[in-house]
Ligand binder design. Structure first.
Ligand code: K1U
Ligand code: ZN
Length: 174
């Protein structure tokens, strides 16, 4: 397994619509495992393939307690097949926007269909942090970012901060 660099916004790869996976093969499984290791190390509770520069419809999520048994989910071609009418406002973070946390309104519960790491179709109902996280990760696969849920003013403030942060990181590396 390997820890992959996480792409920080703004970056064109984060704005692309990702392509579906034909079949979950060994290469896809390896990518899923590398993404999980990258997510745990960050640390985070989810990660989408475009965040590691791969424009394919693959996400990993684990919202379980880090002190207990972990329950990683590896998903290819995840889709929301039902969503509650009831909405909830919840604070979200994003590993591509370090240190930025903003409230986003989304359906409170969702039903998700996906291909698992053995290429089997699976479905589950999600609420709480898992529901928020899966919706956030599927957004990534459609090139939709945390800032796209915010007002124009908040979005431009955060993007300005990110450009500054990326310049500082590039300077520190040079
Ligand atoms: O997609 C990502 O950038 C990962 C993101 C997922 C997410 C978190 C919270 C709400 C919606 C989506 C993160 O994991 S940000 C980091 C984070 O929230 C966290 C970090 C350590 C422990 C617990 C949470
Ligand atoms: Zn994110």
């Amino acid at each position: 397994m390997a820890i992959l660099p996480i792409i920080k916004a703004p970056d064109p790869v984060l704005k692309k619509r990702c392509v579906p996976v034909d079949r979950v093969d060994d290469e896809t499984r390896r990518l899923m495992d590398d993404m999980l290791e990258t997510m745990y190390e960050a640390p985070g509770v989810g990660l989408a393939a475009p965040q590691v520069g791969v424009p394919r419809r693959i996400i990993v999520v684990d919202t379980s307690d880090p002190e207990g048994d972990r329950t990683p989910l590896r998903m290819a071609n995840p889709e929301i097949i039902a969503a509650s009418e009831e909405l909830a406002l919840r604070e979200e973070g994003c590993l591509s926007f370090p240190q930025q946390y903003e409230d986003v309104e989304r359906p409170l519960t969702v039903r998700v269909r996906y291909l698992d790491h053995e290429n089997e179709i699976r479905e589950f109902d999600a609420d709480g942090l898992l529901a928020v996280c899966v919706q956030h990760e599927i957004d990534h696969l459609d090139g939709v970012l945390l800032v796209d849920h915010l007002s124009t003013l908040k979005r431009s403030i955060i993007l300005r901060r990110m450009k500054k942060l990326k310049k500082e990181l590039a300077g520190a590396r040079a």
